[in-house]
Design a binder for this molecule. Structure first.
Ligand SMILES: Nc1ncnc2c1ncn2[C@@H]1O[C@H](COP(=O)(O)OS(=O)(=O)O)[C@@H](OP(=O)(O)O)[C@H]1O
Ligand SMILES: [Mg+2]
Length: 404
């Protein structure tokens, strides 16, 4: 059995102290919180300390998985893609990412406390024709662990990899702690060579309390549609947030220090930029264009795959996020858990088309009213009103009657 002291020692050796002045870095100072340092942040800051170790561990797990994904994306070969039952592409990286995150969390968390809700399962890999892919995944996982250097001479067997992937089958629910993982969110973007995210959230009694987004292909510089093109071409961002502690962004390779990021405070919707899914099949782009028209938004939409959108918005690249899946689609909690807290801790709000908060307490799915919206508090009521007007117009058009 692993002692808690040993776990803390691992986390500290994995995330050495930093000299940054950001409040997040204060959490990494390897000292107990003092009442003086908490200052006016008060109870919020105290609550955040409850998830300090969890966030460090999540950053470690997501960073490892992001490195595996980045390596695979850079040399993606055709035979590493197979069709899932729903026809979306799944690659060795999806499985490798899930295996790594699951393995790291299980290894470091106190025994009996690890529960994971994750997108992939191991069924296809256990079938006879999955054996080549399993071999390749195991090799990738072991290469990533060896290159990291902080796990000694650990080597995972194929069985270890299958077990780690299978751990993601938790049903979730309203009580207890659940980790929520999308090992590659935006698989289509990943395969296309565009944006994707490794998204890991933590639920405590049905609420998202911490989240980390690894965005290996996202530029560190702003991608705002109307911003000047940056000379900074570096990519690879990690966003981390926990309740009451704010959101930070750091570079994936550790070359740039973590900095606090904030949702834009723009309060005139005409000056707002909005982001949405890259894939028209994933969100109604006609509806979002109408919402933008009602709001007077003139900037073109920023279309990016995955929860990289939430990360980009958390640092101010866009101030409105709109997602309206076509009829019949049920949202999964792993597509929004990490992104939600990255946005809310950066000062934004996330809600559905009825203005209600998202409910993560009902298992693997979110049941919500028609869509997901994020923006800042100043724009909330205008955006919600525009969404509701546009939905009414859409419904009327479908019925062939005037909305008035
Ligand atoms: N039909 C349909 N409608 C709505 N959403 C769907 C649909 N199919 C898939 N998905 C989910 O969308 C996830 C990708 O997120 P985005 O839609 O934001 O990105 S993208 O535009 O697809 O690139 C994507 O996440 P991954 O499966 O992890 O890639 C899916 O969970
Ligand atoms: Mg996803």
């Amino acid at each position: 059995m692993q002692a808690l002291g040993a776990r803390r020692a691992f986390l500290r050796s994995s995330f050495p102290c930093s000299r940054s002045s950001s409040s997040w870095k204060a959490l990494g100072n390897c000292r107990a919180p003092s009442i003086v340092r908490l200052g006016r942040r008060g109870v919020g800051a105290i609550r955040s300390m409850a998830y300090e170790d969890d966030v460090r561990l999540a950053i470690k797990a997501v960073s490892l998985a992001s490195r595996l994904c980045q390596a695979v994306q850079r040399k993606l070969v055709a035979n590493e893609t197979q069709a899932k039952a729903d026809q979306s592409p799944v690659t060795v990286a999806d499985y490798g990412s899930q295996a790594l995150v699951s393995w790291v969390l299980e290894r470091e968390l106190p025994p009996g406390t690890f529960h994971l809700i994750a997108e992939e399962d191991s069924e296809d890999l256990r079938a006879e024709d999955g054996s080549e892919m399993l071999k390749r995944i195991t090799q990738l996982v072991n290469e990533t662990i060896a290159a990291d250097g902080s796990f000694g001479s650990t080597v995972l067997s194929e069985d270890d990899v299958l077990t780690a992937i299978s751990r993601g089958d938790s049903p979730g629910g309203p009580s207890g702690r659940y980790w929520v993982l999308d090992p590659i969110d935006g698989t289509r973007g990943f395969v296309r060579g565009d944006q994707y995210a490794v998204a890991l959230g933590l639920l405590d009694n049905g609420e998202v309390v911490a989240g980390v987004l690894g965005c290996p292909n996202l530029p560190l510089a702003s991608i705002a549609a109307n911003g000047a093109a940056s000379d900074d071409k570096a990519v690879g961002c990690v966003f981390a947030a926990s309740r009451g502690a704010g959101t930070v962004m750091q570079s994936m390779d550790g070359s740039r220090e973590a900095q606090r990021v904030y949702v834009s405070s723009v309060d005139d919707s005409k000056l707002a930029a909005f982001c949405e899914s890259f894939e028209a099949a994933h969100s109604k782009q006609g509806l979002t264009a109408n919402i933008a028209r009602i709001l007077g938004v003139s900037a073109p939409p920023i279309r990016i795959d995955s929860q990289a959108k939430y990360g980009a918005m958390a640092r101010g690249d866009a101030v409105i996020y709109l997602r309206f899946p076509h009829a019949g689609y049920r949202e999964k909690i792993w597509d929004h858990a990490a992104g939600l807290i990255v946005i809310t801790e950066a000062g934004g709000e996330v809600f559905d088309a009825a203005g209600k908060p998202l409910d993560f307490s009902m298992g693997r799915f979110l049941d919500l009213e028609k869509g997901i919206i994020a923006t800042n508090p100043s724009l909330r009521s205008a955006v919600l009103a525009a969404v509701q007007t546009a939905i009414k117009e859409e419904e009327s058009a479908l019925k062939g009657v005037s909305p008035l």
